[in-house]
Design a protein around this ligand. Structure first.
Ligand SMILES: NC(=O)c1ccc[n+]([C@@H]2O[C@H](COP(=O)([O-])OP(=O)(O)OC[C@H]3O[C@@H](n4cnc5c(N)ncnc54)[C@H](OP(=O)(O)O)[C@@H]3O)[C@@H](O)[C@H]2O)c1
Length: 292
């Protein structure tokens, strides 16, 4: 029943879901585009005709993504720029350069983020601050800069924030759980405040997705057991997130704002497979009452 967690990044080719040219003419900025979900998103969006600017702290992985976009049949373009999203000056420089080259920003995807697995009592002040600064502060700096430098004066745009599921507690990742809750509230608050400028913000609360980071960074025992904590019985795929981003960036996403779209194989609702192995009958079905 349970798929294992061994699948690497799949890097699917030109969209198998959406029509050609769906995002032609759009400029989409994706943070954290040098790996995992950000890389797959860049491939999907350029395959649909968008011009995509990706950023991260290292140029090499970003260049690799740009090359992969081309070799996976990009209709649009992918360009790379180094930017640490925690640094306001670097964020300003990224937005200025993007506007200078492309003349607009239709959608910002705040995908860059991360955390480390640790019991709460062992997390130092520095460790906590690092995770909050990256996920909350970085998302805020990027969002406000895009709004101030382009969207407010130019009829709006979209901001898609990648956050986390489950929402009911993130044991082992208290910093990231707190950070993503903050980003989801920021998403909702700004969707109200900036509605008058035509800016739409949504959060994609994703469960465990089989990226290289997830499959290689965490202890093997955690990785091996992840699918057993997901009712759907499998990890998500990076392209499933990329498809959601493409959908929201397209006209189909135009009336979404202030939403948190949870995509997690139902992990938010039940932390385990269904039926639980302890609660099945001899035929493998969930136990039930004998009704007379
Ligand atoms: N995979 C999952 O199961 C999962 C589940 C829920 C949420 N998420 C979230 O989804 C997003 C993508 O995850 P992923 O699995 O694709 O992880 P990933 O491969 O580690 O991607 C994170 C990206 O963010 C970039 N980044 C990190 N710090 C940065 C900074 N200060 N400034 C700019 N870029 C920075 C990294 O590039 P550099 O290191 O080169 O800067 C990297 O390319 C993350 O926010 C992650 O927390 C993932």
């Amino acid at each position: 029943m349970h798929a294992d967690a061994a699948a690497p990044d799949t890097l699917a080719t030109v969209s198998s879901i959406f029509k050609d040219g769906l995002l032609a003419g759009q400029l989409i900025l994706v943070s954290g585009g040098g790996s995992g979900i950000g890389r797959q998103t860049a491939i999907e969006l350029t395959g649909l005709g968008a011009d995509v600017v990706i950023c991260g702290r290292e140029i090499e992985p970003l260049r690799e993504t740009a090359d992969l976009c081309m070799s996976h049949g990009a209709e649009g373009s992918c360009s790379a720029m180094v930017c640490d999203i925690r640094d306001a000056e670097q964020v300003d420089a990224l937005i200025d350069a993007t506007l200078e080259t492309h003349g607009k920003i239709d959608t910002l995807v705040n995908n860059a983020g991360g955390q480390f697995l640790a019991p709460a009592e062992q997390i130092t002040e520095k460790g906590f601050d690092t995770v909050i600064k990256l996920n909350v502060h970085g998302t805020w700096l990027m969002s406000q800069a895009v709004a101030l430098k382009w969207m407010i004066e130019n009829g709006g745009g979209k901001i898609i924030n990648v956050t986390l599921s489950p929402h009911n507690g993130m044991p082992g990742m208290v910093h990231s759980g707190a950070a993503r809750a903050a980003v989801e509230n920021m998403t909702k608050t700004l969707s109200i405040e900036w509605a008058r400028f035509g800016i739409k913000l949504n959060a994609l609360a994703i469960g465990q997705i089989a990226t290289e980071t997830l499959l290689t960074k965490y202890p093997q025992v955690v990785v091996d057991n992840l699918s057993h904590s997901i009712p759907a019985g499998r990890l998500g795929k990076p392209e499933e997130v990329a498809w959601q981003v493409a959908y929201l960036a397209s006209e189909a996403g135009d009336f979404y704002s202030g939403s948190v779209l949870t995509m997690d194989g139902s992990r938010d609702n039940w932390l385990g497979p269904w039926p639980p192995t302890q609660l099945i009958d001899d035929a493998g079905k969930p136990v039930s009452e004998d009704r007379k």
